[in-house]
Write a protein that binds this ligand. Structure first.
Ligand code: NAD
Length: 479
């Protein structure tokens, strides 16, 4: 078993325990064993982190963008060099296969590089004036110290999108990462610190989530809030941010429709969508969930998809032949069992899976359900687990209505051989992101975010930087 480190808070450039020496246990979801612990911040640590972020902002925002860029690129280089050490740590705390952890870390390094580069191009502009001698300029300045709240499903990726964009624009940031997966994000922050990010520019805290968010969002030093997690918590934090007039980015839940038309390459659709569904044991905000399949190809698609689901080797992510790890925590097992029990009680059929695997560890079988109806909870609530819901459709009107039925609008998928159908889905499916005939989401250079109950703001592309910049106007008349 690789070594799993305890995690401390990172405040003002120092790794520190809390004053009252409180810790939270960390559990390996594959074994249910306590493998380590993480320091629990109290009010003194949060106050120190906020004060440090204010000082860090004064230093970092005045540093030239070229110098910031060089430090960020060095952090990416360090992260790549440490992949073999950090990946098993992520697997032990989160559960995902170590190969998926490696991909996440390498993608995080790419994200840092891209945001660092793009930060050099966060230009303002000159607006031609109506009068001679008048200069009119749009100036973009960093919004200020940021409070960031990130979840446990992608412990590093969810943090790096926030830290990378904040640093690239000259902001400082305090991260509250997930208490369940604390050590791998701490290694990300260590890479930034080792690369030369000055004290106070990045803080890392853990503790009681509601206490930390209520304290930091209300703190006068904090100018922006960014959160990734459930819609329910997102609405609370957005309201809190609003009451203090803080800018906010909310990356929340989804219930992704995946539309497979009769004119699609069914084999391509099944293999591509099954890979997307069972990645990270389905604990992905953009996971495809409702599979809306045109009736002539429904049977063929479900059969192929279910075979791919059943072929998974579910096990400890540290074992090399594991293709799907455990659920990250016991709450997901409880949620899966209760959603599936509700659906089957109302007439749904289990095509494959539908149950826990083994006696220890939070393992759940890749699951495919059919015979679904709109009154089932699973058709309305985000399952956030390895379950695919198979629903036939007959007309394009019908499938657009079903895709748009829920208040979410995060990611949607479609497979079709028709450009006309693709264009109609592009125009009519209410979603933040639509990917047709391939998996094309979440690259650093493209926007990433939802609409409706899936939140607002973007964590990719140039839009990711917009979220951390104030737009100001300057005009002057020479005489
Ligand atoms: P949750 O909403 O309680 O927690 C999600 C994250 O938010 C956790 O990291 C948690 O520490 C943090 N959080 C919770 N309350 C908070 C508060 N008051 N202030 C600040 N942070 C707070 O949910 P959970 O049980 O961990 O997961 C359940 C659901 O969350 C899932 O079903 C899924 O819908 C959603 N989720 C979404 C994502 C995503 O990537 N969008 C990631 C994880 C969880």
């Amino acid at each position: 078993m690789p070594h799993y480190p305890d995690t401390l808070l990172f405040i003002d450039g120092q790794w520190t325990a809390s004053g009252d020496n409180r810790f939270i246990d960390v559990v390996n979801p594959a074994t249910e064993q306590v493998i380590g612990r993480v320091a629990h911040a109290g009010q003194p640590e949060l106050a120190a982190a906020a004060a440090a972020a204010q000082r860090g902002f004064a230093v970092w925002s005045r540093m030239s963008v070229f110098d910031r860029y060089k430090i960020m690129r060095q952090a990416a280089t360090l992260l790549r060099a440490r992949v073999d050490t950090i990946a098993p740590i992520m697997t032990m705390e989160q559960g995902k296969p170590v190969g998926e952890a490696r991909i996440e870390l390498l993608a995080a390094a790419d994200t840092i590089d891209w945001l660092a580069e793009e930060g050099r191009r966060a230009y303002g502009r000159l607006i031609p004036s109506r009068a001679p001698g008048v200069t009119q300029a749009v100036i973009r300045t960093p919004v200020g110290p940021v409070a960031a709240f990130s979840p446990w499903n992608f412990p590093v990726n969810q943090v790096v999108r926030k830290v990378g964009a904040a640093l690239a624009t000259g902001c400082s940031i305090i991260v509250k990462a997930a208490e369940e997966t604390p050590a791998s994000p701490a290694e990300l922050i260590r890479a930034f610190a080792d690369a030369g990010v000055p004290p106070g520019v990045i803080g890392l805290v853990y503790g009681t989530p509601s206490e930390i968010s209520e304290t930091l969002i209300a703190h006068p030093a904090i100018r922006k809030v960014t959160f990734t997690g459930s819609t329910a918590v997102g609405k609370m934090l957005a309201a809190l941010a609003g009451s203090h007039m803080k800018r906010a980015t909310m990356e929340l839940g989804g219930h992704g429709p995946a539309i497979v038309c009769a004119d699609a390459d069914v084999e391509l659709a099944a293999t591509t969508l099954a890979a997307a569904k069972f990645r990270n044991a389905g604990q992905v905000c953009v996971s495809p969930t409702r599979f809306l399949v045109e009736r002539p190809v429904f049977g063929r698609f479900v059969e192929r998809f279910a075979a791919l689901a059943a072929a998974h080797k579910v096990g400890d992510g540290l074992e090399s032949d594991t293709t799907m790890g455990p659920m990250a925590n016991v709450r997901r097992i409880d949620a899966m069992e209760s959603l599936i029990a509700d659906a089957t009680a109302k007439g749904a059929e289990i095509v494959t899976g539908g149950h826990r695997v083994g006696n220890a560890g939070y393992f759940f079988a890749p699951t495919v359900l059919s015979g679904l109806t709109g009154d089932m909870r699973i058709m309305n609530e985000e399952p956030f687990g390895p379950v695919a819901l198979m629903c036939p459709f007959d007309t394009l009107d019908q499938v657009v209505t079903e895709a748009n039925r829920l208040p979410y609008g995060l990611a949607a998928y479609a497979f079709t051989g028709s450009g006309r159908t693709a264009a109609r889905l592009r125009d009519e499916v209410r979603t933040g992101m639509l990917t047709v005939n391939h998996l094309g989401l979440a690259l650093p250079e493209v926007p990433f975010g939802g609409i409706g109950d899936s939140g607002y703001g973007s964590e990719g592309g140039t839009e990711a930087l917009e979220a951390y910049l104030d737009t100001r106007f300057f005009t002057m008349r020479e005489y």
